[in-house]
Design a protein around this ligand. Structure first.
Ligand code: NAD
Length: 275
């Protein structure tokens, strides 16, 4: 099963299906990521604030998989938005991951009470030019934040990683991403289980003889989004990767599209200003 790749606006490619490690405890991260790599995942999504970069790095090192076959994303926390701090933050992440460079570095949240993310973006551009990260992008950016980055910066973000699942489809943000040629990455793609009982999803699972999680993952893939569901359970890690043997019909996709109800599992980027 070859995972499809998506071409980003900087000419690089990213595996469309990856593995997310938010809330994977540090002491479990090496085992869980090892399981993911053995299953076939080649794209790992972590962040400095997840506090498990060392475990991710240990699993990568032990895997023996050539570096150019892996895609590793990490993220800059809001406390490091000053230029010097941003550069130091990536150095710290690289040391923990045991890598010379990541594939993708993201501003984790805009924290829009001030516009410090613009200074961070300038540092991100320099980090890309220095080869510390192949691509740079943002996460949780609303259209107005994308506009500001596009106006002040010289590089358009390659991706915007936002909460997207059947109950929160963020069409306005996805449209703004598309306008700028920015790829959409869906975080909490399974809504952490909150949509597993939704009838169109249950029906499609029955029709194809697959699980509800597999249906939701297919829906994202067929709608063109990049995603990285998370699990620490070996059987689910396998299940979430075993999604290339069936295809949802247009009617099934549309029935899931119709489940949008503005229901978040996470924080609202307009008002979340962590420090
Ligand atoms: P998710 O939607 O992937 O749900 C994960 C949860 O769903 C698991 O903990 C488990 O309870 C359940 N689950 C997973 N697979 C299952 C299966 N096959 N059957 C039954 N239940 C299953 O949620 P998430 O972890 O919040 O999001 C995925 C990734 O997105 C994260 O690990 C992280 O990498 C990223 N993320 C990024 C941000 C951000 O601000 N940029 C925020 C949240 C998550």
């Amino acid at each position: 099963t070859a995972v499809p790749t998506v071409e980003l606006n900087d000419g690089t490619t990213i595996p469309q299906l990856g593995f997310g490690v938010w809330q994977v405890p540090a002491e479990q991260a090496e085992d869980v990521v090892t399981k993911a790599l053995q299953t076939g995942y080649r794209h790992i999504d972590t962040a400095a604030v997840y506090r498990n970069e060392e475990g991710v790095g240990a699993a990568i090192a032990a895997s023996g998989i050539p570096r150019d076959e892996l895609y590793v994303t990490t993220k800059l926390w809001v406390s490091d938005f000053k230029k010097g701090a941003t550069k130091q933050a990536l150095e710290t992440s690289l040391a923990k991951l045991g890598l010379d460079a990541v594939d993708l570095y993201l501003i984790h949240w805009p924290a829009p009470a001030d516009e410090k993310y613009l200074e961070a973006w300038q540092a991100m551009e320099e980090l890309q030019a220095e080869g510390k990260t192949r691509s740079i992008g943002v996460s949780n950016f609303l259209p107005e934040h994308l506009d500001k980055v596009a106006e002040a910066g010289s590089v358009i973000p390659a991706v915007n990683q936002v909460e997207v699942h059947p109950a929160l489809q963020q069409r306005d943000i996805q449209a703004a991403n598309t306008k700028y040629g920015i790829a959409t990455q869906a975080w909490s793609p399974l809504a952490q289980g909150a949509v597993f009982g939704d009838q169109p999803i249950v029906d499609a699972a029955g029709a194809h003889g697959v699980t509800v999680a597999q249906v939701i993952i297919r829906w994202h893939l067929q709608r063109g989004r990049i995603l990285f569901p998370k699990s620490v359970t070996p059987a689910r890690i396998e299940e979430n990767f075993d999604v290339f043997g069936f295809e949802l019909t247009d009617a099934e996709l549309e029935a899931i599209d119709a489940l949008d109800r503005g229901e978040r599992t996470g924080m609202d980027p307009a008002t979340f200003n962590p420090s």
